[in-house]
Design a protein around this ligand. Structure first.
Ligand SMILES: Nc1ncnc2c1ncn2[C@@H]1O[C@H](COP(=O)(O)OP(=O)(O)OP(=O)(O)O)[C@@H](O)[C@H]1O
Ligand SMILES: [Mg+2]
Length: 324
């Protein structure tokens, strides 16, 4: 069964003095399957939180529809089956961690005995057993994030939606959250989480969706995203004379690099690699290695962002503004 399904989900906000419509989510078609960890990756302002809020029924779409566990997101029955960690959870800071969880447990109508048991269990799960009696205003950022996660699990949900669960955490805290997400998956739960921290997504996700400027531009299993695109093929060779060097510099997609005897250059396609190898052998060179270089998730991500958000190119071309 599909845990999340959206069809043409679109959101516009009216902003500014003239109340102009700005489309921040364009025609999102997304499917999240049962038991998977789905990473929703995108830069700041891409539309991740907007998507989460639409799925949680906190805001309404301009067009399109969304279902969770087969029910329309506006169906209240959905609420009982999902857990949600918002981006900026509002914490009643004078409550203790224990009281905070108790409050949410009551909202879900969990009977008191079971509630108490679950709170203890969750405090233990997120490593806050000793902090249950401490007021939230005395919690560190990492502790707040963890109590927020415990809150998202209070109703033992089938599916968990986490908006940037690793944000503000140090590397140890991030690892703890990753392990927690993996343990949820091991219990058969589905996890949909957003992030802009690529290694966190890379380490635990079964499938990834990349959203830029409100558009889902890639979606698929991580291995597929990583393994699909050939960035270049690196060839290392030795024994090239000057004429051969000149010729190879023309083939190469980046300036050849010399390291000891060897020279490294790169071509863009498999076909070119074959041609170059043939030329090199003819010219009496020795070939040491032919290595395909596939894009990492980070390279994918940076390339997509640069393509879709030209303003955020790492090194903008100066003086090319043009125009009248
Ligand atoms: N209530 C609103 N009114 C007007 N514009 C909004 C509103 N909420 C979000 N936006 C705009 O929608 C776009 C997407 O915002 P969103 O919060 O979904 O991005 P995000 O991917 O979660 O970013 P971040 O990584 O910074 O959390 C942004 O340009 C934002 O300014
Ligand atoms: Mg956000």
């Amino acid at each position: 069964m599909l845990v999340v399904k959206t069809e043409g989900l679109t959101k516009e906000f009216r902003t500014g003095f003239w109340r102009t419509r700005v489309r921040v989510l364009h025609d999102l078609n997304l499917e999240v399957r049962q038991g998977e960890i789905f990473g929703y990756l995108g830069p700041n302002g891409a539309g991740k939180t907007t998507t989460m809020n639409l799925l949680m029924g906190l805001i309404y779409p301009t067009a399109g529809r969304a279902w969770i566990l087969g029910r329309d997101v506006s169906d209240v029955a959905v609420k009982a089956a999902v857990g949600f960690l918002p981006e900026n959870p509002y914490f009643y800071t004078y409550l203790t961690g224990w009281e905070f969880l108790n409050f949410y447990g009551q909202l879900f109508g969990i009977p008191s005995g079971e509630r108490r048991r679950r709170i203890e269990e969750l405090l233990h799960l997120v490593g806050l057993s000793d902090a249950g009696k401490l007021q939230l205003r005395k919690y560190s950022k990492g502790m707040l994030q963890r109590i927020g996660l415990a809150q998202a699990l209070i109703n033992d949900p089938q599916a968990v939606f986490l908006d940037e669960p690793m944000s503000g955490l140090d590397p140890v805290g991030r690892k703890e959250v990753r392990d927690l997400i993996l343990s949820l998956k091991a219990k058969g739960k589905t996890v949909f989480f957003s992030s802009h921290i690529i290694p966190d997504v890379e380490m635990i996700c079964d499938r990834v969706g990349i959203i830029v400027n409100g558009r889902l531009i890639r979606v698929g299993p991580l291995e597929e995203l990583l393994g699909s695109e050939l960035e270049s093929i690196e060839i290392s060779a030795s024994g090239l004379d000057d004429a051969a060097m000149v010729e190879m510099a023309q083939w190469s997609v980046r300036p050849p690099v010399h390291r000891g005897e060897k020279v490294f250059f790169a071509v863009g396609t498999e076909k070119e690699a074959m041609q170059v190898v043939e030329r090199l052998l003819k010219m009496g060179a020795l070939i040491h290695a032919i290595l395909p270089h596939r894009l990492t998730l980070e390279e994918h991500f940076l390339r997509e962002v640069a393509n879709r958000e030209p303003g955020r190119r790492a090194s903008p071309e100066p003086g090319r503004r043009g125009g009248p």
